[in-house]
Design a protein around this ligand. Sequence first.
Ligand code: DCP
Ligand code: MG
Length: 537
Amino acid sequence: MDDAGRLDVAKMDATAIAELYALIDSQQGFANDGLLLELCAEPSEADVIISNVRMRKRLERHLDWDIARQKAIVTPEWLRATVEQQHPVPCGEYAALEELHDETVQSCPACNLPVCKCSSSPPHAPPSTLPPTAVSAVGVPKLTTSQRILDNYKAWYACQRASPLVCPNQALATELGILRTHRDLEGKDVNALSYDRAIAIIKAFPRELTPENIDKELVQLPHVGEKIQSKIREFIRSGVIEEAQYLRRDERFQSLKAFTTIHGVGASTARTLYSIGLRTLEDMERYYDVPVDDYGNPKLEEEEPIFTPNGRRVPRTAKLPDLSIKTALALRHELAVPIPRDEVEEMHAIVMAELDQLQPGCISTIVGGHRRGKPESNDVDIVIGHSDIQNGGELIKGLCKRLVHRLYERGLVTHVTHLSGFHAHNALRTTHWDSLEKALCVFVLPEDGQQKRLHRRLDLIFAAPEAYWTAVVGWTGSKMFERDLRLWAKKEKGMKFDSSGMTRRHDSQLYFPRSEKQVFDLLGLEWIDPTLRNVDV
Ligand code: DCP
Ligand code: MG
């Protein structure tokens, strides 16, 4: 890597630190036929300790010497090389302390693999499955969200505030969310956005709102106009918002909400369906002519098998089936089941193992709600890049399509909604869609003989090295965090930010952030942990 020299200095700067965490983050739970890095809080549990401290006295400030002697203690270059080569590289030549060189070699995880790679000879090909390598960083502070951000709940932009998954006023946020959905379903976008902004403020508010403090607190908050203020007061006084209670029982609201749970159906289509007399999802199944099984349950249209004249079945290599509204309806019961975290990680591992067969050296980050700490996700979003900064763009070009075809041939992907090719970041583009290689798929894990595997939504986003970290930030969300990030970049910094890159507006200069922290730095924003970017309900 081009900035390797900088890491020789005793004290790392924030960017270098962020990059190290990002490298580990990009490999977490990533079985890629070889490399699985897990960050552990306790150095005593680590296989490898990363430090740029070179002297015993300084190391002892962070780490007990007896523990140090039982570990491989390496410089940050070891991590870079390991990620680049996609398997743990021999630790000896990366030993941080000369004094502990021999202990580092003895504890080297690469040496404990079936094929020893601790000699100074070039590394052998990695064996097909390697145990996870636990990594701890010593003397390197983990990126934390500052107290300043935690206290900044009155800030104008959501990307300056800390918003936890569950906030002290969560029930209020949920109730306001009903009103927000109603405005959205009725096409009142401006009103819906007002609710989005008010909800965002409530999500970051650090104390419970009570009848005693409400008058004092509410007037100080931005984005909460008089109308919404009165709804909030109503909730704080009575525990409910009457309009939300009414909407929950309202037939039109229920129908429109149900229709929009189907992939591909937006508010406007939902209103059209309602206006022609449809009320339930069963009505919608009949309208879209979804086939049913013997018990009347919707089912997928059978794919007609094709046979050769000799009776051999022709493999599934034809055009990928599209995730139409009809298919989404047939799969609606499965697609509505939330995906637990371990299943998200299992899907990720399988996708990356398949990808490694096509192109070694890819890196990835699970983004979306999962990264923000949601216990269950509605879909799985994965940003994929390449560890080779110089040639990574070329290496992953066209890979999205190839991967989806491979997954389809293996029966792992059943449908695809959107496949697109690379487009360079365009400073004039107004939306982030179509600027990266993306595939929005339906995925099903292979049967394991124990549990029924459900069809799941999977979004794959391929990014060239210069767009990797903007894609990670852009797809981590939540939606309103992203909206305000774009607005902040434009209004406060004269920049254009989206998932596909970052440009200075006046001269279209393209930036190349090397870590997620650097994206924040370049935007002049303080770091906010992904788990504190839950700006939406
Ligand atoms: N995104 C965005 N604007 C949108 C849609 C998505 O900025 N209109 C970004 C932010 C989202 C991320 O993409 O967090 C992933 O979108 P999802 O729809 O998958 O939403 P989440 O992953 O946040 O939640 P879940 O999938 O559990 O519903
Ligand atoms: Mg998601």
